[in-house]
Design a binder for this molecule. Structure first.
Ligand SMILES: Nc1ncnc2c1ncn2[C@@H]1O[C@H](COP(=O)(O)OP(=O)(O)O)[C@@H](O)[C@H]1O
Ligand SMILES: [Mg+2]
Length: 395
């Protein structure tokens, strides 16, 4: 069936209690996440979350680039090996697009997240710097170059996703116009926006509008939707870590995506082409994954916990004096401070204080945007396993 209603039900028909409970918990938890953090500290942490999201979103696709190599790529340092370099370019692009989304959210200029223009933009931007090798699509008997930011349109672009056969390429444009209409946030209330995030995530991948890159683009779309649904917490959590890890295990995501492809099962299963019950189960699972992530990040970014881990980091360090911990805590709580305050904060005489401060700068834990400007916290990679345990499986 090639009519655009093939993606119905696109939204929930009613709000089952289990789903409304998780919606309420998720909004409350997201509102609290990062609430106590100074905005400057929160902004630096959001940078770390973008690397994390990129790492997990690419990992889901089997593209494994270590967080450390992603950070290097952001700084413009690439591997000599071509395949590794291509993955680094891809990861850096993912971080760049997510930064752009976070900035748009901050400035209240995110467009409709399911709109044709926005989704094409995501795909075009994600592949902007990609090497030709990354755009070459090889399928059963076909080989062609993908055009970033354009839908599948010709029969040679047809795709299969596991057992699922998405609409034929000639119909993608019509499907995506309908998709944009069904998930227009402007028309949805707060709870409806939250439940639309998982539903749109599945229906997008069900249509599979691009030859490749659908998974990554859909997770960026979900990230943008989370901002617009009021649960974005200034970029301090992201869905990809949850999707990659699942609730039971890493197999959850593919299994639940497959589950939601299910056709309607009889008269009591909604009114659309696909199963309403399976969609509800998928939405519940996805929102539980989100809640799990928000809870995890809340624990990680809790001020007292973070302060304690910073003290621990300083204790373990051979270069840092105990007073260095006071500087880190000051930056944590106030976001930033002036260099002239260092003696007062450490309680040390001028010259000793300066030495302690310089050691902290050398360790990369404090930095400023301008040479003499106020300093704020940074999170170098060799400190992450102490400061943020379990954020990544491997650094
Ligand atoms: N059964 C399914 N039904 C719909 N979508 C699926 C299914 N299984 C996997 N997917 C989605 O397809 C994505 C992979 O599509 P692909 O175009 O290769 O994206 P990417 O290049 O970003 O990996 C997965 O990340 C997932 O979101
Ligand atoms: Mg792919």
């Amino acid at each position: 069936m090639e009519t655009v209603e093939r993606i119905e039900p696109a939204r929930l028909e009613d709000l089952p209690e289990a789903i409304s409970d998780v919606v309420a918990e998720l909004s409350a938890a997201a509102a609290k996440l990062g609430h106590a953090l100074n905005p400057q500290t929160a902004a630096n942490l959001a940078g770390l979350v973008r690397i994390m999201n990129t790492y997990y979103s690419n990992l889901i696709e089997g593209h494994n680039t270590r967080p450390r190599d992603i950070a290097r790529a952001i700084d413009g340092n690439f591997d000599n090996d071509e395949a590794r370099r291509n993955l680094q370019i891809e990861a850096a692009a993912h971080v760049r697009v997510q930064s752009e989304i976070d900035a748009m959210a901050l400035e209240n200029r995110l467009p409709e997240p399911a709109s044709v223009d926005f989704i094409l933009w995501l795909h075009r931007e994600f592949y902007r710097d990609a090497a030709p090798e990354m755009l070459r699509i090889q399928g059963a008997g076909t080989e062609f170059m993908m055009q970033p930011g354009t839908w599948r349109s010709q029969s040679e672009h047809d795709v299969a996703v596991g057992r699922h056969q998405p609409p034929s390429s000639a119909r993608v444009e019509a499907f995506m116009t309908y998709f944009a209409e069904r998930y227009r946030f402007e028309r949805l209330g707060k709870a409806a926006r939250i439940t639309a995030i998982p539903a749109a995530h599945h229906r997008f991948n069900y249509i599979h509008p691009f030859p490749d890159g659908n998974g990554r683009v859909s997770r960026l779309m979900s990230h943008a939707m989370a901002h617009l649904a009021g649960i974005g917490a200034h970029g301090l959590w992201s869905v990809s870590r949850g999707l990659a890890r699942g609730l039971i295990g890493p197999g959850d995501y593919k299994r639940m995506m497959d589950h939601a492809d299910m056709p309607r099962q009889g008269d009591l299963d909604g009114r659309g082409n696909l199963s309403q019950r399976a969609l509800n189960e998928y939405v519940l699972w996805f929102l539980q994954v989100c809640l799990d992530q928000v809870t995890f990040m809340t624990g990680l970014f809790e001020i007292e916990t973070l302060a304690q881990r910073m003290r621990h980091l300083v204790e373990r360090s051979e270069q840092l004096k105990p007073e260095a911990a006071r500087l880190l805590e000051e930056a944590l709580i106030r976001g930033q401070f002036d260099r002239g305050e260092v003696p007062r904060i450490t309680g040390l005489p001028e010259r000793t204080a300066r030495r302690v401060f310089n050691d902290v700068i050398a360790a990369g834990l404090l930095a400023s945007d301008t040479p003499k400007g106020p300093v704020s916290l940074r999170f170098p990679f060799d400190t992450l396993d102490v400061l943020f345990p379990r954020l990544f499986p491997e650094i």
